[in-house]
Design a protein. Sequence first.
Length: 326
Amino acid sequence: MPVLVTGAAGFIGFSLCRALLARGEAVIGVDDLNDYYDPALKEARLHRLRESPSFVFERLDIAQRDAMLDLARRHPTIDRVVNLAAQAGVRYSLVNPHAYTRSNVEGFLVVLELCRALSRLTHLVYASSSSVYGGNTKLPFAVEDRVDTPISLYAATKRANELMAHCYSHLHRLPTTGLRYFTVYGPWGRPDMSAYIFTKAILENRPIPVFNQGDMRRDFTYIDDIVAGTLAVLDRPPADPGTSPPYRLYNIGNHRSEPLMRFIGLIEEALGKKAVIDFQPMQPGDVRETYADIAALSRDTGYRPATAIDEGIPRFIEWYRAYHRL
């Protein structure tokens, strides 16, 4: 039976669809191909997915309720849904907040209703974010930590997703699992993410903006590890004991908090070219450090991230040069 993946032309969605197809699954991909970043990259991802006869694409905005429910009626055998469609980016939420409520709140509600309409559904997996930890200073971040102080609208919408999913798991016994992704990078990554921004600027001899004077750390997680963890979760829907909702949350990261300047240094090394650094103050909505406690995910699924940034950055640079024909 097919898996529905929303955000199928996005970075994580594309990579997950490829992995699902590679293991013999039928995949229905949904994406609205918006212009938050260059749609040509999304089209290039889709071109590769369409090479498989087991992939069906539907161009839809997940906030379009009637169209999404019609999709459920046309594909009643869908038994799993992975919701990766969302308006991403912390800084953009300061510029265009309504894009976040439409896609991340209204759109997620439509996805929940679509899941209710699918009689064979066994599991909804959805993307949350490490941003929900807000200004927390206890490290590493654990799923048991309080997350009621978001410092960006993006983070607030992702926390809203977790609460909405809990409500549907409680009321409708819908099995849901939220994944708090930590700083994903790798081949086919988004142009608004740090690896892409830094690489492009260095190659074009432009300064790269480095916030908080470079005193930043991130749990950089390679895309293959993200996909492996997501698949492991998808294959293990939460049980419904009747006494509590069939609902789970996990961190999915590399379990290493790396200095940003080391990350930049590896990009310089892979490019064979030094960066011009433009040190800037901390940006609104940003946090100094992220670090994932992945004990629960490892315990329940055997998840073990395998790719350090020393390997992942050269792989990203290799893809970047090939994609841009440099």
